[in-house]
Write a protein that binds this ligand. Structure first.
Ligand SMILES: CC(C)(COP(=O)(O)OP(=O)(O)OC[C@H]1O[C@@H](n2cnc3c(N)ncnc32)[C@H](O)[C@@H]1OP(=O)(O)O)[C@@H](O)C(=O)NCCC(=O)NCCS
Length: 180
């Protein structure tokens, strides 16, 4: 397990999947905002790949987020689009509703940075989020990510076009344990 200060990132367990589906995916608003794609119903137990992890995939990696105190499931996190030539990747996360607003998101971003920069030797990490996702923007910026641009009206979210913000962090600018 990768350990932050209050959360850990471990492999997906089968019994995480129903909770993630119910609390994240079946919340249509959260799902539409976080995935920036069309929500559709998924039959319980189906092999839809959203929360099912393929261990043979090397480009997109998925972790389950857990609380270090007690080990309760807190959400899901990804390092995706790993490009070993340009040494870059994207990171993202979704926390269960009860786990939000407690500083866990900021902690998980820090652990994803550790994984990307230290474990994988990447040079650049990127986050994309909706321009009104204050919590995600702040969790990224507290870890040193800087806003690099705005993709105007790039996301169709439940009836309206919304801007997305692109944030980036370079290895040489990353300061572990310095969440500003
Ligand atoms: C976005 C998300 C990962 C952030 O994680 P979090 O644990 O809730 O955020 P934190 O508690 O670490 O807070 C980070 C900052 O955002 C602020 N914040 C938290 N929730 C907020 C909210 N609902 N509105 C405005 N600001 C908020 C905190 O005060 C904190 O600010 P500070 O650093 O100035 O003190 C989490 O809320 C989440 O999973 N949301 C739903 C899914 C989602 O949007 N995922 C991202 C898709 S790109």
């Amino acid at each position: 397990m990768l350990k932050g200060s209050r959360t850990g990132l471990r492999a997906r367990h089968d019994d995480d999947i129903p909770t993630l589906r119910t609390e994240l995916y079946d919340d249509v608003v959260n799902s539409a905002r976080a995935e920036v794609g069309p929500w559709r119903p998924i039959t319980p137990g189906s092999k839809d790949p959203r929360f099912v992890v393929d261990d043979t995939a090397h480009v997109d990696l998925t972790f389950s987020v857990v609380e270090l105190a007690g080990g309760a499931l807190a959400g899901t996190a990804t390092v995706w689009g790993i490009d070993n030539h340009n040494r870059s990747a994207h990171v993202g996360l979704m926390l269960l509703p009860a786990a939000r607003g407690k500083g866990y998101g900021t902690d998980v971003v820090a652990t994803l940075c550790h994984y990307g920069f230290v474990v994988r030797g990447l040079q650049r990490l990127q986050i994309e989020t909706l321009a009104d996702n204050t919590a995600m923007l702040r969790a990224a910026e507290r870890n040193g990510f800087v806003r690099e641009g705005v993709l105007r009206s790039s996301a169709w979210v439940l009836g309206a076009f919304v801007d997305e913000v692109v944030l980036g962090l370079l290895a040489q600018d990353w300061q572990p344990n310095a969440q500003a």
